[in-house]
Design a binder for this molecule. Structure first.
Ligand code: SF4
Length: 209
């Protein structure tokens, strides 16, 4: 009997996510009857971000780039493959670059790198030791912890590489925000659940130049 292959959830962009970045005025200038209809059209490939004149041009370009990018399929049989905890620079990041805390699952790091490069965003990925668990599983298994994040901050000396003290953490680890801030002494921001939303969030919050 054939065994059905299972794949990891990569949390792609959805119309609900995109709607959070639209103006919400339903002005119809894009040719669609509402912002909701426009978000649906973006996801189904029937519209481009730049059709909305109310949308920040950087966010519009990032939406178009992300929707042109085909998310990889990650089979469960590669789960737990890990990189050494530490720094993973994306695009020769300058000191103003955001520091994004993530897990040390190889495929997650590769995917985040591709997402950021797709949007020409330079960043520092800070890979906490989650024993190779992806973020969702690491949170569920309590492998994503303030102590492990503090360890990787300390041994990489990431604080000397940037001119700010902000950490962006995955949305799925948002409940650890206060504990992470207290343990690390950094200003902790809760980021999106979907890695594909990270570029949009960084642009909207003015965290990239
Ligand atoms: S142009 Fe933008 S703000 Fe106006 S309806 Fe379309 S998506 Fe909404």
């Amino acid at each position: 009997m054939a065994v059905e292959q299972e794949f990891a959830d990569v949390y792609p962009l959805t119309a609900e996510i995109l709607l959070e970045y639209l103006d919400g005025t339903d002005c119809r200038d894009c040719g669609f009857p509402s912002c909701t209809a426009f978000a649906d059209a973006l996801i189904s490939g029937k519209a481009r971000g730049r059709q909305c004149g109310e949308l920040d041009p950087g966010i519009a370009a990032a939406i178009d780039a992300l929707l042109d990018y085909a998310p990889p399929i990650i089979p469960y049989n590669v789960m737990m493959e890990s990189l050494s905890p530490g720094i993973y620079p994306v695009g020769d990041p300058p000191p103003s670059s955001p520091v994004l805390v993530t897990c040390n699952f190889t495929e997650t790091v590769r995917l985040l790198e591709q997402i950021l490069k797709t949007c020409s965003i330079k960043a520092i990925l800070l890979m906490s030791d989650t024993k190779g668990y992806s973020v969702d599983n690491a949170v569920a298994e309590k492998k994503f912890t303030p102590f492990e994040v503090l360890k990787v901050i300390s041994h990489t000396e990431v604080g000397s590489m940037v001119n700010h003290g902000r950490l962006l953490i995955p949305g799925l680890a948002g409940h650890l925000k206060t504990g992470l801030a207290t343990t690390t002494g950094w200003h902790v921001l809760k980021g999106p659940v979907s890695g594909f939303e990270i570029p949009l969030f960084l642009i909207r919050e003015g965290l990239v130049q």
